[in-house]
Design a binder for this molecule. Structure first.
Ligand code: NDP
Ligand code: MG
Length: 405
């Protein structure tokens, strides 16, 4: 039996992972489940799965959680905080770690899994964007296997030669074509975007996801983070990665080889396919996903992204080129700006504005990234960028005063 720790089990990827695991009880055992503060959902999952361990990152939710599982007579060991996440990621009985925490909060547990030599199923793209070169060299040192869960990266990985390892440039590849659905605002006039609401931004046409990645998909920052992710995972120059808008979300990405061949991976837009692939690799597993009906789909369209409308993508392309700490700075500023947008403290277009201003202040220009020598550099840049972004975002009070003026 393969022991699996699902970090971020209460989220969208976490739930899809449990759905796939439930189809293969003969093969996988859930060793640990972990969330942040959704005590009710984590308790429900723990009662269903009876894992050895459960972790709540936010200690304030611990009382409610313990009460809920005590009622059900559950003996699962309960841990808390970031140390609890890292502990379950490194247990000897944990063979695979699903890293599905959202944002920089997933960084330490992702590193813990890699240092302990686990198979890391990486959904938490932010940790790779922040500290990719360190994560990849830690995996090489420990013998950990790093497998992408992001659908585009899973697609690329599936189109690469079978012996491809994270961080190594595959032979014969000319370019990677990274597809983007374009999000809910693909056809909106730019003047309307400033007034869009969090509900509109989170109403993705093809995918049901957590709120942060939904907003990132609407700004195309998600595609920018994915470009950085792809260049690190597959050892490619950012110039070798072209973003293609493909509104049907059926072709999940493509690899172009030097002989003119282009390989693509297609499928229904359902994260259970890349999750099942990372769980089963190099084999295949049933995932419960609806099989693709190309006759019903009928059309597959592709076009170039509009970098003026989606400035976040242009910012991420520049950060990918600069390297160093720029991706970490961009990621941190974006996380703060997205949170402020979700709390209605910032308008949609200012997500790019805040990210750009933080990058400009901290790096003094698009070509300067700052050196990424170790995790402390990353954590320092992350903290500084968050602080700066917070200072740049008007308080709710100031926004209301402005609205009434
Ligand atoms: P969700 O918002 O649905 O879930 C996030 C999970 O992270 C929840 O379990 C949440 O716990 C937990 N969490 C939040 N903050 C913390 C914290 N500080 N410490 C520990 N745990 C925390 O996000 P998604 O599932 O959509 O996304 C997860 C990751 O996967 C992201 O990095 C995203 O970019 C990536 N991804 C997602 C895709 C998707 O289709 N959803 C596709 C490709 C990548 P709680 O519920 O208690 O708040
Ligand atoms: Mg993706």
């Amino acid at each position: 039996m393969i022991g699996v720790a699902v970090l971020g089990s209460t989220g969208s990827i976490g739930e899809s992972t449990l759905d796939v695991l439930a189809r293969h009880p003969d093969r996988f055992r859930v060793v640990a489940l972990a969330g942040n503060k959704n005590a009710a959902k984590l308790a429900q999952q723990v009662i269903r799965w009876r894992p050895d361990y459960a972790v709540l990152a936010d200690e304030s939710a611990l009382g409610e959680f313990k009460e809920r599982i005590a009622h059900a007579g559950i003996t699962t060991r309960v841990l808390a905080g970031e140390s609890g996440l890292s502990e379950v990621a490194s247990l000897p009985e944990t063979h695979y770690v699903m890293a599905a925490i959202v944002g920089a909060a997933g960084l330490h547990s992702t590193f813990a899994a890699v240092r302990a030599g686990k198979r890391l199923l990486l959904a938490n793209k932010e940790s790779l964007v922040m500290a990719g070169p360190l994560l990849i060299s830690a995996a090489q040192a420990s013998g950990a296997t790093l497998l992408p869960v992001d659908s585009e990266h899973s697609a690329i990985f599936q189109c690469l030669p079978a012996n491809t390892r994270a961080g190594e440039t595959p032979k014969g590849v000319r370019r990677v074509l990274l597809t983007a659905s374009g999000g809910p605002f693909l056809d909106w006039p730019i003047e309307k975007l400033a007034a869009c609401t969090p509900e509109e931004a989170c109403a993705h046409p093809n995918w049901v996801m957590g709120r942060k990645i939904s907003v990132d998909s609407a700004t195309l920052m998600n595609k920018g983070l994915e470009l950085i992710e792809a260049s690190l995972l597959f050892g490619l120059d950012p110039a070798q990665i072209e973003v293609l808008v493909h509104r049907q979300s059926i072709v999940h990405s493509l690899v172009e080889y030097i002989d003119g061949s282009v390989l693509a991976q297609l499928g229904s837009p359902d994260m259970r396919t890349p999750i099942a692939y990372a769980l089963a690799w190099p084999e295949r597993l049933g995932s419960g996903v609806e099989f693709l009906d190309l006759i019903r789909a009928a059309r597959l369209e592709f076009c170039a992204p509009d970098l003026e409308r989606f400035r976040c993508l242009a910012l991420a392309q520049a950060a990918a080129r600069a390297g160093g700490l720029q991706p970490a700075i961009l990621n941190a500023a974006n996380e703060i700006a997205v949170q402020a947008f979700l709390e209605r403290r910032l308008n949609f277009l200012d997500i790019a504005g805040v990210s750009e201003a933080v990058l400009a202040r901290m790096t003094g220009g698009p070509a300067r990234g700052g050196l990424l020598r170790g995790l402390s550099d990353v954590l320092g840049a992350d903290a500084e960028a968050r602080q700066l972004a917070c200072e740049l975002i008007p308080t709710r009070h100031a926004m209301e005063r402005g609205a009434h003026a």
